[in-house]
Design a binder for this molecule. Structure first.
Ligand SMILES: Cc1cc2nc3c(=O)[nH]c(=O)nc-3n(C[C@H](O)[C@H](O)[C@H](O)COP(=O)(O)O)c2cc1C
Length: 382
């Protein structure tokens, strides 16, 4: 019998723009810091990692990929601004496609959450905010380990078109690298989110102040990347309730209702919403008034992915409820269960993840040595 939260509800096909997915278990974007440095080229380790996690008809969203050197705010992260990086990613998308999978590139500009040793220049944000680098909680990974973020400067008005073009170039590179589409990282307090929220955006020009002005950069970037292959291969990720990277807004309900209403007319492949119950990737007690995917669903008619603290049963229940997300993204469970869709489908136990190896640059352990269930089982019983 199929009950309302039976995993079978996760294993029905779904249209994603022009592509058909075989199931609803999505791999969420995860920075793992295994790209070569300073080239920011993904090499053999990420090739093995993504290949292990590909499934027939399953969507993988890549780790955040920097659109430019200036937007590269974290040691070990990959890029998509040059041909070597395109070639590195092409091997990965080929491996995913060979298993029948679909893969989107998450395009990232870290903005003020950065370090001069990874961006090679003074990081930029919407506005000058010395309190950001004065806060010891705001750290970033460098070759020497985590360090306080570098002081940033405010982007000049005449520099903004170049930022938009960097996203456009990265989208063209993503297409050349064989990605099926791109997801814009407008979440977790990185550049696009820094422009959205009035805690970080104090601009007085056409990119600050009113809601229309604060969503302008995101919408210009959406247009630029949609021009590459069409909006139905473009997605946007938002985290309306996250305070990660010191991000906050005086009225998140109004802001994100406005963002979602503007995006609804574009014909995106999907909108990706991080639920309030996670901050970064730590489970928290959601504030009852926080902005959740069900609230945004009311003003978004397209495909929606929800992420954040899901287990197989709660994911199935969320899909069955039919009043929120169409697909569910899992992050941490995918770290330690490369065959996560298969385990969920078969009701198999999930392996625990080790946080200590989430972010260990170029280290194989904790990255490619988690086994699929059957191989792990055979190793135990051998
Ligand atoms: C190791 C790790 C790296 C992450 N990196 C990214 C990232 O690059 N981009 C992003 O949007 N979210 C990133 N996240 C957040 C996840 O995509 C997800 O929103 C969050 O972990 C909650 O999902 P979960 O409860 O299934 O882990 C990361 C999470 C983890 C655990």
């Amino acid at each position: 019998m199929v009950t309302s939260d039976s995993p079978s509800t996760l294993f029905t096909p779904m249209q994603l723009g022009p592509l058909t997915l075989g199931h609803r278990v999505v791999m969420a974007p995860m920075t793992r810091q295994r790209a070569e440095q300073p080239s920011a080229v993904p090499g053999d380790l990420p090739l093995e990692y993504y290949g292990q996690r590909a499934s027939d008809g399953g969507l993988i969203i890549s780790e955040a990929i920097a659109v430019s050197r200036l937007g590269h705010g974290g040691y070990g992260s990959p890029g998509l601004w040059n041909d070597d990086q395109v070639a590195g990613w092409k091997r990965i998308t080929d491996a995913v496609h060979a298993k029948g999978g679909v893969i989107y590139a998450q395009l990232w500009h870290t903005g003020r959450r950065s370090h001069v040793t990874t961006s090679f220049q003074t990081p930029v944000g919407p506005s000058l905010d010395p309190s950001f680098w004065a806060n010891p909680a705001n750290t970033v990974s460098t070759e020497q380990g985590y360090a306080p973020v570098s002081p940033h400067r405010a982007l000049e008005l005449d520099e903004i078109p170049a930022v938009v073009e960097e996203f456009g170039l990265a989208a063209r590179n993503a297409a050349a690298a064989g990605f099926d589409g791109v997801e814009l990282h407008a979440a977790y307090g990185f550049l696009l989110d820094q422009f959205l929220q009035d805690g970080s955006n104090r601009r007085t020009d056409r990119y600050g102040g009113s809601l229309d002005n604060r969503i302008r950069l995101l919408m210009e970037v959406v247009d630029a990347v949609s021009a590459v292959r069409g909006a139905d291969r473009v997605a946007v990720r938002i985290s309306p309730s996250s305070t990660f990277n010191d991000i906050h807004d005086s009225d998140p309900h109004a802001l994100f209702a406005h963002v979602v209403a503007a995006l609804d007319g574009v014909g995106l492949a999907y909108l990706h919403v991080i639920e309030p119950r996670v901050s970064g990737f730590t489970l928290v007690d959601a504030d009852a008034g926080a902005v959740a995917s069900q609230e945004l669903r009311k003003s978004f008619t397209g495909t929606m992915i929800a992420a954040g603290g899901f287990e197989p049963d709660t994911a199935a229940a969320a899909i069955s409820a039919g009043n929120g997300a169409d697909l569910i993204a899992f992050a941490r469970h995918f770290v330690s269960n490369p065959d996560l869709p298969d385990r969920i489908a078969r009701g198999l136990p999930l392996s625990p993840y080790d946080r200590d190896t989430f972010y260990t640059p170029l280290q194989a352990h904790g990255y490619v040595d988690y086994l699929p269930f059957d191989a792990a089982d055979a190793a135990v019983t051998a």
